[in-house]
Unconditional design. Structure first.
Length: 246
């Protein structure tokens, strides 16, 4: 196991911010008694909890491996714990969006399936050492899953969210756009970082992933849980049963 370098400062900051986010969400949901609304809190609390554990392990050098590769002398420092974190937290983030949109099981299943495909193939891209070309090929396969996922977000899930009452559609659009923007940065950071073309050193790559992770998890969660009245509208029986709009 390798020792973390100076980049560990970002990992400690990430640990602290994820832990604070989790505590804040627990506080926000403490007195929530409606089981349907509790679902939002449960899902949203587990996201920074899992991420805090992953950051803590990386900061201590647990989630770090050195990969010897044939095309360069220096070993690649890979924080693999990220992918374990993302495997669970990205489906939970999508589940939040799907709950807000009132999506059915098939849509949720499609989203989660594409997402797991993206993370697993992205992990293969990260650990494959045959050649740099193969790494980029797997990056491309993962990006294919990502594009399909974005398509479902802007088509089927957005159409479903538009049938939700009150401010729910607006909150969905805000969170969907934030998700599209932040998630799109991940494959770019991977590609220019040490996993890909190594244009950016590990120190700055770690900082970039930390800012993205905190925004996509804690920032997202705050926007979602901040408005109780919108969550109330999102959990009325069924869109048909809701009071007529306007
Ligand atoms: C909280 C963590 C989040 C929101 C992580 C999101 C990660 C991605 C959208 C990763 C995407 C990747 C690709 C599309 C290509 C291969 C490399 C990845 C795994 C970084």
């Amino acid at each position: 196991m390798a020792q973390p370098g100076t980049e560990s400062i970002w990992l400690w900051i990430g640990t602290a911010l994820m832990a604070l986010g989790a505590l804040a969400f627990i506080g926000m949901g403490w007195r929530e008694e409606d089981p349907e609304r509790q679902a939002f809190y449960i899902v949203t609390i587990f996201i920074p909890v899992i991420a805090a554990l992953s950051y803590f392990s990386m900061a201590m050098g647990f989630g770090l491996i050195e990969l010897q590769v044939p095309w360069q002398e220096a070993a690649l420092d890979i924080y693999w714990a990220r992918y374990a974190d993302w495997l669970f937290t990205t489906p939970l983030l999508l589940l939040d969006l799907a709950l807000l949109a009132g999506a059915n099981r098939n849509t949720i299943g499609t989203l989660v399936g594409l997402d797991v495909g993206m993370i697993v193939t992205g992990f293969i891209a990260t650990i494959i050492t045959v050649s740099q070309t193969f790494r980029i090929v797997w990056w491309g396969i993962s990006s294919g899953f990502f594009l399909a996922l974005l398509y479902i977000l802007v088509s089927r899930l957005s159409a479903q969210a538009a049938t939700q009452p009150g401010d729910v559609g607006d909150l969905f659009s805000t969170l969907r756009n934030l998700t599209i923007l932040l998630w799109t940065a991940y494959p770019i950071v991977w590609l220019i970082g040490t996993e890909g073309l190594a244009l950016v050193p590990l120190y700055w790559e770690t900082a970039a992933f930390m800012v993205l992770d905190v925004s996509a998890k804690v920032g997202f969660g705050f926007l979602l849980l901040r408005s109780r009245s919108t969550l109330e509208q999102a959990t009325v029986e069924a869109p048909e049963a809701a009071a007529p709009a306007g």
